[in-house]
Design a protein around this ligand. Structure first.
Ligand SMILES: Cc1cc2nc3c(=O)[nH]c(=O)nc-3n(C[C@H](O)[C@H](O)[C@H](O)COP(=O)(O)OP(=O)(O)OC[C@H]3O[C@@H](n4cnc5c(N)ncnc54)[C@H](O)[C@@H]3O)c2cc1C
Length: 342
């Protein structure tokens, strides 16, 4: 059978790899220039920064089994960051940390899950899954048209026809998936109800060494809720680089503003939280807007398969909001397809 998969993130590529290994013909369409989706790394002349997904964790035996050989191959490494908690309400949060909090939070985080990080770039795992998969980059799918017993797929401003497929599987976030799916798709109403929260990210490459004795700060009472020293992850290089994530509420408030206009406020807040450690002179400061960062609810569907119309939808948001959910969703889609069709 011929499968068209829309999206070259964790869900799309996991599914592509499973289908390809079972002898199916698969073509992946991706609107951006590379693989990874929200698992991505921005490269600057000085440093590389993971500006979306920060680390992987495993809560199910299935995903653990999938990750095991990748750890053995050295594609993934365990990361044990020193984690602190900062209270943004304090005037100088770094100096006014409550004694003992660092250790207590670190243990709590490690009890919850081990942090795993793809070595080098965050999208290294997706690159691996993409091996031998036929992917068309810079190709935004705009339209699906029923044809014979399958689908004709169209892309770009001029609605260029790209080919005919028995099945189409959409792995875009729900709002974007909803735009592509026809009105008679069995699960459309359900999908349209699922919301995604945004996340504004600030990427900083300081021009001076950082005198900070932690790797990750979890933050309360501030517009920033996470700061990581990206260069402390395995294989990210030596040059100091920081990533900061804003909380959903602030990200929603400023979502439609030009990210350039947020720089000043965000770098000032990051500097305040870190006791001025970054200074005023940086090699690079940029702001990235993740419009669809993580789902706002707890969906249990796993995936949506309409056998009658030969359409399926998968993605992290079908289960939760993590890389593991993206893989589990792809795996569930594959199980349904392979049990009934392949
Ligand atoms: C700021 C942030 C922090 C996060 N932190 C963590 C974390 O620490 N740990 C964790 O486990 N998870 C984290 N996540 C979530 C994690 O990144 C996602 O769960 C996972 O990457 C989702 O994979 P996916 O394949 O379902 O979706 P995506 O990665 O979003 O892939 C969908 C792909 O579809 C493409 N696409 C969309 N529409 C079209 C179209 N019309 N035509 C062609 N292509 C299209 C997109 O370009 C994209 O590449 C974070 C996410 C964000 C944004």
């Amino acid at each position: 059978m011929r499968f068209a998969i829309i999206g070259a993130g964790m869900a799309g590529l996991s599914l592509a790899s499973m289908l390809r290994q079972s002898g199916q013909t698969v073509e992946v369409f991706e609107k951006s220039r590379g693989v990874g989706g929200r698992m991505s790394t921005r490269h600057t002349p000085y440093a590389s920064i993971d500006h979306g997904c920060q680390f992987l964790g495993s809560r199910t035996p299935e995903f653990e089994k999938f990750l095991e050989p990748l750890l053995e191959m050295g594609l993934l490494e365990t990361w044990t960051p020193r984690i602190i908690h900062l209270n943004g309400e304090r005037k100088n949060p770094l100096k006014q940390m409550e004694p003992g909090l660092e250790r207590c939070l670190k243990d709590a985080a490690l009890l919850m899950e081990e942090m795993l990080v793809p070595v080098g770039d965050m999208n290294a795992l997706c690159k691996y899954l993409a091996t031998d998969v036929n992917i068309r980059f810079s190709t935004r799918i705009t339209h699906l048209c029923p044809s014979r017993s399958g689908w004709e797929v169209y892309a770009g401003d001029h609605n260029e026809a790209l080919g005919w497929y028995d099945w189409v599987i959409v792995t875009a976030p729900p709002a974007q998936a909803g735009e592509l799916l026809p009105g008679y798709f069995k699960h459309l109403a359900e999908i349209k109800k699922i919301g995604m929260n945004p996340c504004i990210a600030i990427l900083v490459v300081p021009s001076r060494p950082l005198d900070l004795d932690f790797d990750v700060a979890e933050i309360s009472n501030s517009i920033l809720n996470w700061i990581a020293l990206n260069h402390k992850k395995p294989g990210r290089g030596e040059h100091p680089a920081l990533i900061g994530h804003c909380d959903f509420r602030y990200s929603n408030q400023v979502l439609e503003q030009n990210p350039e206009d947020l720089k000043e406020q965000l770098i000032t807040e990051m500097n305040r939280l870190l006791g001025g450690a970054i200074g005023s002179d940086c090699h690079e400061v940029s702001v990235h807007r993740w419009r669809y960062a993580q789902s706002d609810g707890n969906n249990q569907a796993g995936c949506y398969v309409d056998r009658c119309h030969r359409l399926a939808v998968a993605g992290d948001w079908c289960l939760g909001g993590r890389v593991e959910d993206a893989w589990l969703s792809a795996n569930k889609t594959y199980q349904i397809l392979s049990n009934t069709l392949i």
